[in-house]
Design a protein around this ligand. Structure first.
Ligand SMILES: NC(=O)c1ccc[n+]([C@@H]2O[C@H](COP(=O)([O-])OP(=O)(O)OC[C@H]3O[C@@H](n4cnc5c(N)ncnc54)[C@H](OP(=O)(O)O)[C@@H]3O)[C@@H](O)[C@H]2O)c1
Length: 340
């Protein structure tokens, strides 16, 4: 049995991770931390865990090095890299859900976030998108779990840029549920600020744009334009990618490329022609659903959906743990989406 630590267990990603881990056959939750709720039982804060997980929250600020085989860092960026420095011993696996270890080029990270305080450690990190980097994740000791919007955009872009199928600029339009902003109280997340409305935010300056751009640039110099939107639902992301095909192909042919690229992937589902993803059909699951259409003049539109808290965060983190440690990749993640 693996002893698991969840550092920052009281946020949305921490709670979802605990729920998933309770169904994992090889994992035992050994450590859960919070500064705000230290000393309190997790089931008192989140009654969903009554009778399933009654552990007491330990202070995040204490040194927990050596106590677990795997640590998931569910902390804000900046805080996570300091904690990773403290916990890293080359033996335990660290999966960081923040942005701190997602960038190979730290100048890009620092341009979008804050000065990096764990540069040597960052050199050992692997970008944890298993569909692209499975071989590198195997045996890794530090994994930078991708962002939610980047996961929803990179997966539908990957077959196209990998095969040089696009020319010109790429436009990405994403809509997210409010849990993407975390559980911490913010005015912009209040019910009256988000219900019955729909808005774009951080237009052209969102921190996830460089994360998507650096992955595209591994295959092509094309520029992306990324606009995120907040929609009044608690979870889910729908992303639409607009581009132009470099060479003529029809929808069925491009769908075949997607099916071939993601052949055998347990969590990527390619839709049939004229069928498009819906956030309702990936809720609470680790799936990324992808559908697409090619227009007569060569424009292509690709649509993806994920649950931002599962494939966009905690589910992907667990998938990364499974891959890194040689466990069945779907362990703890085989639940079907919940509907209605
Ligand atoms: N929400 C998403 O959809 C999503 C998706 C992908 C990635 N992420 C990333 O995952 C990380 C966690 O996100 P979240 O949505 O779970 O956030 P959240 O709901 O705001 O929870 C944050 C957690 O971090 C702790 N924390 C906050 N500030 C801290 C500090 N200065 N020192 C120590 N602990 C601190 C809080 O613990 P206390 O109980 O002590 O207050 C809480 O447990 C973030 O980096 C986020 O960007 C989130």
């Amino acid at each position: 049995m693996l002893n698991i630590g969840i550092v920052g267990a009281t946020g949305y990603t921490g709670v979802v991770l605990m729920s998933l881990l309770l169904t994992h056959p090889d994992a035992k939750i050994k450590l859960i931390t919070s500064n705000t709720y230290r000393g309190r039982k997790i089931s008192d804060i989140f009654p969903l865990f009554r009778g399933r997980l009654e552990d007491v929250l330990q202070p995040t600020d204490e040194d927990h090095r050596g106590s677990c085989d795997v640590y998931f860092l569910c902390l804000p960026h900046g805080t996570a890299m300091d904690k990773a420095q403290e916990l890293f011993d080359g033996k335990a696996l660290i999966v960081d859900l923040s942005a701190d270890f997602r960038f190979e080029d730290l100048a890009i990270y620092e341009g979008a976030y804050v000065p990096h305080t764990a540069k040597e450690l960052a050199a050992q990190a692997v970008f944890g998108l298993p569909e692209l980097y499975r071989e590198m994740i195997k045996g890794a000791k530090l994994i930078g779990n991708p962002g939610c919007y980047p996961t929803s955009a990179i997966l539908p872009l990957y077959p196209l840029v990998k095969h040089g199928m696009l020319e010109g600029d790429i436009f990405i339009d994403s809509k997210s549920g409010v849990s993407g902003a975390g559980r911490e109280g913010k005015v912009g997340s209040l019910f009256c600020e988000v219900s019955e409305g729909f808005r774009a935010y951080n237009v052209g300056v969102h921190r996830h744009e460089p994360e998507i751009q650096k992955e595209v640039n591994k295959y092509s110099p094309q520029r992306i334009s990324f606009v995120p939107h907040l929609v009044p639902m608690s979870r889910g992301i729908l992303t639409t990618v607009y581009g132009r095909l470099a060479k003529a192909a029809n929808t069925a042919e491009v769908l075949d490329v997607f099916r071939e690229t993601f052949k055998g992937e347990p969590f990527v589902r390619i839709m049939d022609e004229n069928v498009y993803p819906d956030t309702r059909f990936v809720r609470f699951s680790n799936y990324c659903d992808i559908g697409l259409k090619v227009l007569d003049d060569g424009r292509i539109i690709v649509i993806s959906t994920i649950d931002n808290l599962v494939k966009g965060a905690s589910g992907q983190a667990l998938q990364n743990m499974n891959v890194a440690l040689g466990l069945p990749e779907t362990a703890g993640l085989s639940g079907v989406p919940q509907y209605p």
